[in-house]
Design a protein around this ligand. Structure first.
Ligand code: ATP
Length: 668
C-alpha cells in the first residue's frame, strides 16, 4: 500500500477546521515561526512542510494524516528526517484552552510533533549535554537543567544508562545521593519516547516502605513533570501522571483517582496496595498493575526483609507473586542506601547474601549491580553520606541527655559550626532533627523544648497521616534552629536540604537505621553534623560500638562541649524536663477525665457525681504548674541563653566574635 493511500485511510479521524470551531474549542494561534509538517506514515519522515496553518488545515480537511511542528528550525531543509528527534504529543492536549484541565483521552489520527532543538542552554547558560549523554529524552534533559540539576549525580550517571538499555538494576548508594531520579528518569523517558498511555494500566509501580518516602517520590516525579512541561510545553502538562496509594489516607479517594485519571506511575506502600488489589479487581489500574513495565523497589532491603519462609506471606511477597505470575516483559529496579551493609555492615558474605536474597525474591535472573557504598571516602564512616561528620557525646545517664541536647540546639542557633574545625557542618540557618525511640520521649522532649521557646515540631507513627505531612511541611518552612523530634517514621524519605544536624537522642537498633536517620542531613553531598548521645553507663556503649563497626567508621570523635556553659544549660534542661513531665501528666489526666465523663454519660451517671477530690487535685496541679512555668521563665531570662548573648553563651573567643556579628547584623 502506498503512502498516500494509507494516510487517506485515516480521513474519518481528522476533524475539518469548521467543526472544531462549532464545538467551541479554542484553537490557540500557532506560535511565531511554527511550521506544519505532513508526515509519511509508513516511514515516519516529513513528507511536506507548510508555511501557514491554513495550508496545513486545508490539507488536513482533505483527510491527510498530519502532525504539527512546534518551534521548528527555519526552513524545510532543517526538518530532521530522523523520527527520534521528534516529541509526539497528544493533539487534544495541545488544543486544550484550559491548562488546568486534566488530560483527555488521546485521539488517534492526529498528533503534534515537536522538533527538538540541539542541546539547550537555560537562562543561566547551563547546557543539558550531560543529561543527554546518558541517553535521556531531550525534553527531560532540558527540564532537569531548568530544575537546577546541572548534571547527573554519580548514581544517576551509572545506573540510568543500564535501565535505558533494558537491564534490571540494583543500586546501592548513600543517603541523599540522588537515587530517586536514578529510577524515576528511565520511566519518564520511556513514557516520553514511546508516548505510553496509562489507559490500559500503569507503566510503573514504585514500592516504598514508608508513607513519607512515597510522598517524597511522588513530589520528585511531579516536579520533574512540571519542569519538563515548562521547558517543552509541547509534551503536555500531564504526559506522565502519578498516584500515591498509601495507608492513613482515605482509600475511597485513592480508588476514585485510579479510576478517573488512570496514572502512569503508582507509588505505593505495600500494605494498602495489597489490600486494594485483593479487593478491587474491577479497577483497571489495579487489575493491570502486575503487568506494569517497570517495577521499582526503593529501600529494597527494608521492603524485602524477613525470613525466607515468612516472605511469601508478607504484603510485598504477595504483590511480587502477582507480578511474577503475570506474563510479559518488565524491568525491575531495586535501590537502597544500605543494601550492601549486611548484619554487621562489613562487605562480607552476609552483605553479598543480602543482594542474593533480593535477587531470589524479585522476578529477575541477571542483574546489573551499581554499588557506590564503598566510595564515601570523605566521610567519617564509609556507609554514611560523604558530607556527614559523625561525632558522639558521652553522657553519664539518660537524664543527662537533655542538657546536651539543649547545648547543641543553643549553640547551633547562635554559633557557627558548633566550634568544629575543618569545614562548615552546620550554620544558624540549618534545622535539627532529633531521633528518639519512644512516643513518650518524643512528647517529653517536644514539650520541654517548647517551654524553652525553641520552635519544635513532632513526627510519630500514631499521628494522623494528614498531621504527619502537615508537621513536615511546617518544619521545612521553619526558621533556622528549629527542631523536629521524631521516631523512625522520619528516618527514611525526608528530603529537606535545610536540615544540617541530626541528633541520635536514643540509639537505633541497627547500623542501617542509624545510616538512614543520619542521612536526613548532608543531602546531595552537602555538609552535615551527626551527634550520637551515648549513655556510657547503660547499654548505649555496646550498641554504639556495633553501630560504628556496621558503618565502617573510623574512630568517632567526641563533640567538643564548652564546660563553662553546661551548668546553666543543664539547670534549664532539668527545669524544663520537670515542667514537661507535669504538663504531660496533666494532659493525660485531662484525657482520663474526658474518658471518665463520656463513660458516665453513657451510663447515665450525673455529671455532678465527679469526685470532689479530683477537682481539688486538678486545682492544685494547675497552680503548681503555673508556678513552675513562671520559675522557668525567670531562670530562662536570667541566664540569657535566649536570645543570643555572647558573654553568657560561650567562652570561645571565635564563637563570641561570630555571635557579636550576628547580634549586630540585621536578621534575615
Ligand atoms: N543531579 C542532581 N544534581 C543536584 N542535586 C540533585 C541531583 N539529583 C538529585 N539531587 C538532589 O539530591 C537530594 C537527594 O536526592 P534523593 O532524595 O533522590 O536521594 P536518595 O539517594 O534517594 O536519598 P535517601 O536514600 O535518603 O532516600 C535531593 O534534594 C535532590 O533534589
Amino acid at each position: 500500500m502506498g503512502q498516500r493511500q494509507k494516510v487517506k485511510a485515516q480521513k474519518r479521524l481528522s476533524k475539518p477546521i469548521e467543526k472544531r470551531e462549532k464545538t467551541g474549542k479554542k484553537k490557540p494561534a500557532p506560535k511565531a515561526g511554527t511550521q506544519f509538517v505532513e508526515f509519511n506514515e509508513a516511514s515516519w519522515r516529513p513528507a511536506e512542510v507548510f508555511a501557514t496553518a491554513e495550508d496545513f488545515m486545508s490539507c488536513n480537511e482533505e483527510g491527510l494524516m498530519s502532525f504539527e511542528v512546534l518551534n521548528p528550525a527555519d526552513g524545510a531543509a532543517d526538518v530532521p528526517a530522523d523520527l527520534d528527534q521528534y516529541t509526539f504529543m497528544d493533539g487534544d492536549e495541545f488544543e486544550a484552552s484550559d491548562d488546568e484541565q486534566r488530560p483527555k483521552k488521546a485521539k488517534k489520527g492526529k498528533q503534534a510533533v515537536q522538533l527538538e532543538p540541539s542541546p539547550v542552554a537555560d537562562s543561566h547558560g547551563q547546557s543539558d549535554e550531560a543529561w543527554r549523554a546518558l541517553g535521556l529524552h531531550p525534553a527531560l534533559a532540558a527540564g532537569l537543567v531548568a530544575m537546577g540539576f546541572e548534571k547527573p549525580l554519580e548514581v544517576q550517571r551509572q545506573a540510568i544508562p543500564h535501565t535505558l538499555a533494558g537491564k534490571h538494576v540494583f543500586g546501592a548508594a548513600s543517603t541523599g545521593s540522588g537515587k530517586t531520579l536514578a529510577f524515576v528518569l528511565p520511566v519518564l523517558d520511556a513514557i516520553l519516547k514511546q508516548g505510553l498511555s496509562a489507559d490500559k494500566g500503569p507503566i510503573a509501580t514504585v514500592f516504598a516502605p514508608s508513607r513519607e518516602l512515597a510522598a517524597q517520590i511522588e513530589s520528585v516525579i511531579s516536579s520533574v513533570v512540571t519542569a519538563v512541561h515548562s521547558t517543552t510545553p509541547s509534551v503536555g502538562r500531564y504526559f506522565a501522571t502519578s498516584c500515591r496509594i498509601v495507608g492513613g489516607e482515605a482509600d475511597v479517594k485513592q480508588l476514585r483517582a485510579l479510576t478517573k485519571y488512570p496514572p502512569h506511575i503508582i507509588i505505593a506502600t505495600p500494605g494498602r496496595l495489597a489490600d486494594l488489589i485483593e479487593t478491587r479487581s474491577d479497577v483497571t489500574a489495579l487489575a493491570m498493575l502486575p503487568a506494569a513495565r517497570f517495577v521499582v523497589f526503593d529501600e529494597a532491603d527494608k521492603l524485602l526483609s524477613g525470613s525466607a519462609s515468612a516472605f511469601p506471606e508478607t504484603d510485598v511477597g504477595r504483590l511480587v507473586e502477582r507480578v511474577q505470575a503475570c506474563p510479559g516483559h518488565r524491568q525491575v529496579s531495586a535501590f537502597s542506601a544500605t543494601m550492601t551493609m549486611g548484619a554487621t555492615g562489613r562487605r562480607n558474605k552476609k552483605a553479598k547474601d543480602a543482594v542474593s536474597t533480593l535477587r531470589a525474591r524479585l522476578p529477575v535472573r541477571t542483574v546489573t549491580m551499581v554499588d557506590l557504598t564503598g566510595d564515601a571516602r570523605t566521610s567519617d564512616a564509609a556507609q554514611l553520606a560523604p558530607g556527614l561528620h559523625l561525632t558522639k557525646i558521652k553522657c553519664a545517664s539518660d537524664a543527662d541527655k537533655l542538657g546536651y541536647l539543649l547545648y547543641i540546639v543553643y549553640r547551633h542557633r547562635v554559633c557557627d559550626n558548633l566550634g568544629l574545625a575543618g569545614g562548615e557542618y552546620c550554620t544558624p540557618d540549618g534545622r535539627i532533627v532529633v531521633f528518639v525511640n519512644s512516643l513518650a520521649t518524643c512528647n517529653h522532649l517536644a514539650t520541654a523544648l517548647k517551654e524553652l521557646s525553641i520552635p519544635v515540631y513532632q513526627l510519630y507513627g500514631d499521628m494522623a497521616q494528614k498531621a504527619r505531612y502537615g508537621a513536615l511541611e511546617k518544619f521545612k518552612a521553619a526558621p533556622g534552629g528549629s527542631v523536629l523530634v521524631a521516631v523512625d517514621v522520619a528516618a527514611r524519605g525526608i528530603d529537606d536540604p535545610g536540615i544540617d544536624t541530626v541528633i541520635h537522642y536514643h540509639l537505633p537498633d541497627s547500623a542501617e537505621t542509624f545510616a538512614h536517620r543520619s542521612g536526613r542531613a548532608g543531602r546531595a553531598h552537602a555538609k552535615g553534623l551527626v551527634v550520637a548521645l551515648v549513655n556510657i553507663n547503660g547499654n548505649d556503649r555496646t550498641e554504639f560500638g556495633t553501630i560504628v563497626s556496621g558503618l565502617r567508621a573510623k574512630a568517632v570523635k567526641e563533640l567538643d562541649v564548652d564546660s563553662m556553659l553546661m551548668p546553666s544549660v543543664r539547670q534549664l534542661g532539668d527545669m524544663a524536663s520537670e515542667l514537661a513531665k507535669r504538663l504531660l501528666a496533666k494532659s493525660a489526666d485531662g484525657r482520663g477525665r474526658r474518658f471518665e465523663r463520656k463513660a458516665k454519660a453513657a451510663l447515665d451517671v450525673d455529671e455532678a457525681d465527679i469526685d470532689e477530690a479530683t477537682a481539688v487535685r486538678e486545682a492544685r496541679l494547675d497552680s503548681t504548674n503555673r508556678a513552675a512555668v513562671i520559675e522557668l521563665r525567670r531562670v530562662l531570662s536570667k541566664t540569657k541563653l535566649r536570645p543570643v548573648n555572647a558573654k553568657t553563651l560561650t567562652s570561645n573567643p571565635a564563637a563570641r566574635r561570630a555571635l557579636k556579628q550576628m547580634t549586630t547584623a540585621p536578621t534575615k
